[in-house]
Design a protein around this ligand. Structure first.
Ligand SMILES: C[S@@+](CC[C@H](N)C(=O)[O-])C[C@H]1O[C@@H](n2cnc3c(N)ncnc32)[C@H](O)[C@@H]1O
Length: 253
């Protein structure tokens, strides 16, 4: 990713409605398996970026962040000076963490990235370093038909469906515990933006076009709407559509 995309991420991730809602969903997922995690769980956040999920993850254990971009890590360290981080690629998970075992591995918008050579292989390597009965959480962009300028700017190579994620996690040795589409709010606007971009009517050249935080009042309103989505997920188990897939899976013993 370009440095400008990391700058934008670092600037908005603590307060932006999307990031805030994603943290609430993560908390809901992790609370549901809290009793199965040891009191100081060993957690690996793969592709931790500028550290937007660390504040939630640290409630559940001791985190190690893995990130390929030195620039992203420099921004992360400004916000979390004592974070435990490693520079390296998810493609080498097996070598980097040889002999180590984690209770939880997380990938937030990482597997879709073009710097991931083979997503199934990376998940297999993740399975090798997650303890039997341990967990993995993935949050990845949904639906190939939503592939647009922002994916290119953020170096996205692929998008997923619930079925696709279920298949690759199962192949890698995980059992799905919870899975849902997430961020239904953005679905129709992004269908429209994608159609306009594909027809050549608009072009986004910078990550800030989509990552930008809206006005404070709008941001609060969108957070409220997303809290309604979370309530639906809690009651019905999943959303039928959304622009991301969010999944919690258990490593099969
Ligand atoms: C869209 S950002 C998401 C950052 C963070 N996980 C979040 O959700 O806020 C994708 C991150 O994955 C990192 N990344 C991409 N490919 C990687 C790889 N092969 N190994 C490690 N990190 C990678 C990028 O550098 C970037 O920080």
């Amino acid at each position: 990713m370009e440095n400008q995309a990391y700058d934008e991420l670092a600037r908005v991730e603590d307060t932006h409605w999307y990031h805030e809602s994603r943290r609430r969903l993560l908390e809901y997922y992790l609370d549901s398996v809290k009793d199965a995690l040891p009191s100081c769980a060993q957690i690996l956040d793969v592709g931790c970026g500028t550290g937007g999920m660390l504040n939630v993850l640290e409630k559940y254990g001791d985190i190690t962040g893995l990130e390929i971009s030195e620039y992203a890590l420099s921004l992360l360290l400004k916000k979390h000076p004592s974070a435990k981080i490693k520079i390296g690629s998810a493609n080498d998970l097996d070598n980097i963490f040889k002999g180590q075992a984690f209770d939880l591995a997380t990938f937030f918008n990482v597997l879709y990235h073009k710097w991931i050579a083979d997503d199934v292989q990376v998940l297999k390597k993740a399975a090798d370093i997650v303890k039997p009965g341990g967990f993995i959480v993935l949050n990845e962009p949904a639906y190939g038909f939503l592939y647009r300028d922002n994916d290119k700017i953020c170096f996205g190579a692929r998008r997923y469906t619930k079925t696709g994620i279920r298949d690759i996690l199962t192949k890698a040795g995980f059992r799905i515990v919870k899975i849902t589409y997430f961020n239904s709010l953005s679905f129709l606007p992004l269908v429209a933006i994608t159609a306009l971009q594909r027809s050549g009517l608009i072009r986004f050249k910078s990550a800030s076009n989509e990552l930008r935080r809206p006005h404070r009042v709008v941001n609060e309103l969108l957070k409220f709407i997303m809290s309604c989505e979370l309530a639906i997920i809690k009651i019905f188990g999943s959303m039928p559509f959304g622009v991301s897939v969010f999944v919690l899976a258990e490593k099969v013993s």
